[in-house]
Design a binder for this molecule. Sequence first.
Ligand code: ZN
Length: 195
Amino acid sequence: MLRALIALIALLLPHGQPRAQPQVHWHNSLSLGRPDAGTLVRGVRFPAQAATFFTWDPILHRSPDRPWRRWGNERLVRIALNVVAGYARAHPDAPRVGIGDFSRRHGGYFGPKHVSHQNGLDVDVYYPRLDRRERPPVRAEQIDRRLAQDLLDRFLAAGAVRIFVGPNTQLTGPARVVRILANHDNHMHVRIADP
Ligand SMILES: [Zn+2]
């Protein structure tokens, strides 16, 4: 009965409302070449939003991120969804996680904002803000460092091989994975290994 009621409510929700279970069309993806010179075969599109995350377009400065900017290797999409789900369970009162660009549908050059993001193994993740607003922090002081570090730790545990953080974030991690890079004071860049 309860399940039927929930299903009915889900049906009645207008499009664009956050869904508890985002719909994903899974494929066996292939990441070819390198993150800074590569392509993506049978990528999986990351959902626009859900109860636990929103996506952000860094060019138009609005949510959601445009669909063509949200294609990743299936493994990266799965990791991102799992990390966000675990984070939301651990911090039920935290604001939704902001997820940024993945790759283009078939990979390749992804515009002036990105050197890499070319073969579906990279995703940008915005640091949670102290004021809980669902948009990237403008200054590092706006970052909720406790939540941001936990988010970083979860991507580490999930198998990230490279995480770039900004010089003013004070976020830390093993030097073989976590590196400081300019222009990353509002988001961390997460890269996974080629599956
Ligand atoms: Zn990036």
